[in-house]
Design a protein around this ligand. Structure first.
Ligand code: LMR
Length: 410
């Protein structure tokens, strides 16, 4: 029956990690997948997470029962407050419906499937706009959710390495009313280039004027500036504007809970919603109807960890410090890599490495450079030249800088 199955292409990000793991060279370096590594190059379990995991099992009521279809209620509340802010009017109005999801990808998939099923104008589905470039999985999730191929809008100014605001505004001005626009809340992946708050205001105005529906993907809250509230600034501007929006939140990176698959999807109803309680109830019921046939209900452990961190003042304070520590080590690696490239004379302007924020640097290296780095130096990164800065350490940065110089000069 399955003779006709052909080989699928390997994933552009996780496939790089598979190749890295299969490489037996002892000095190999992984700058591919966006996962934080310590100064020793090792995975990092946050101390606060370990503590909360112990606390979970000290509670005699702890068990492995099913969670509800939409997840742990206390997690839903705390995640919503973390990203929208506890004083958000949409929260007090009851206009935000949040469900627990299988991290950010799960939230995007549930949210887009919901849109495909329940978009007001069932006769024509909305076009989905994604930034160019964007995280690879966006391009794949959109058609898999039944929404056809995504359209792109200009995002990166390749020359400066910053955001191409004129291009972005021009392309979104052409989007039809009701189009869904995927936006990275902070620490844009892969470019590390974010609009300023003033530029976000221009995007809010356009979204209101064109009646577009933003779908925020927030996978790096706390990693851009080191501060959770600062990184939520873009999202809060949109929530304050009272528009319909969706939001995917992930705790993979900022709590180091990659494999726990813990995140949330929020559907925010606009301030023009006629009957908020009834609509919110209906939306939740339909989100559950999407989730149940897909994976029934979400896993519990990650949700309990996040709730334990966010819901306790001491744990929350400890988390903020540990998060700022991760962001600061990445910042140090940016400075060190740029300095090493300047010092060894690698051709090019490497200023963008210190200007971009979050986990990645979009170096401008070509696919040929990336292939050269992999085959000659066992240094792994995605073919678009994205470097996961968290994969660098003080002991590898010089080696990477010298390899980059060689690649660029060859
Ligand atoms: C990345 O972009 O490297 C991460 O978000 C991991 C992933 O799932 O692609």
């Amino acid at each position: 029956f399955f003779d006709g199955v052909t080989l699928a292409p390997s994933d552009p990000i996780l496939g790089v990690n598979e190749a890295y793991l299969a490489d037996e060279f002892p000095g190999k370096i992984s700058l591919g997948v966006g996962a934080y590594r310590t100064e020793k190059g090792l995975p990092y379990v946050l101390p606060v997470v370990k503590r909360v995991e112990q606390q979970i099992w000290e509670d005699p009521r702890a068990n492995h029962e099913y969670l509800p279809i939409d997840g742990l209620p206390v997690f839903q509340r705390l995640a919503t407050e973390l990203i929208f802010g506890p004083d958000c009017a949409a929260i007090s109005d009851g206009r935000i419906v949040t469900v627990q999801t299988l991290s950010g990808s799960g939230a995007l998939r549930i949210g887009l499937t919901f849109v495909a099923r329940y978009y007001a104008d069932a006769s024509s589905l909305p076009p989905i706009y994604i930034p160019s470039p964007t995280w690879n999985n966006h391009r794949d999730i959109v058609p898999d959710a039944g929404l056809g191929e995504a359209r792109t809008f200009r995002y990166l100014d390749a020359k400066s390495g910053g955001v191409d605001m004129p291009g972005l505004l021009a392309d979104l001005s052409d989007a039809p009313v009701g189009a869904i626009v995927i936006l990275h809340g902070c620490a844009h992946n892969p470019t590390g280039a974010d609009p300023t708050l003033a530029e976000w205001r221009d995007i809010v105005s356009l979204v209101r004027e064109r009646r577009l529906i933003p779908f925020f993907d927030v996978a790096y809250q706390g990693f851009a500036s080191g501060d959770l509230d600062t990184d939520a600034g873009s999202v809060r501007l949109f929530a304050d504007a009272g528009v319909d929006m969706l939001l995917s939140l992930s705790f993979a990176k900022n709590m180091g809970l990659y494999g726990e698959r813990i995140g949330s999807l929020s559907v925010v109803l606009s301030e023009h919603t006629v009957n908020v309680p009834a609509t919110a109830k209906a939306v939740r019921s339909q989100l559950k109807a999407v989730i149940r046939p897909m994976y029934s209900s979400p896993p519990a452990h990650g949700a309990r960890i996040v709730a334990g961190v966010l819901g306790d003042a001491t744990n929350f304070a400890a988390w903020k410090e540990e998060l700022a520590g991760m962001a600061s080590r990445i910042g140090d690696m940016r400075t060190a890599l740029k300095a090493a490239l300047d010092a060894n004379g690698a051709p090019g302007d490497w200023t963008r490495i210190v200007k971009q924020q979050g986990m990645f640097s979009y170096t401008g290296l070509s696919a040929a450079h990336v292939a050269y780095l992999r085959s000659k130096y066992h240094i792994y990164m995605t073919s678009d030249g994205r470097v996961s800065m968290a994969g660098l350490t003080t002991s590898t940065v010089q080696r990477v800088a010298d390899a980059i110089k060689d690649a660029v000069e060859t």
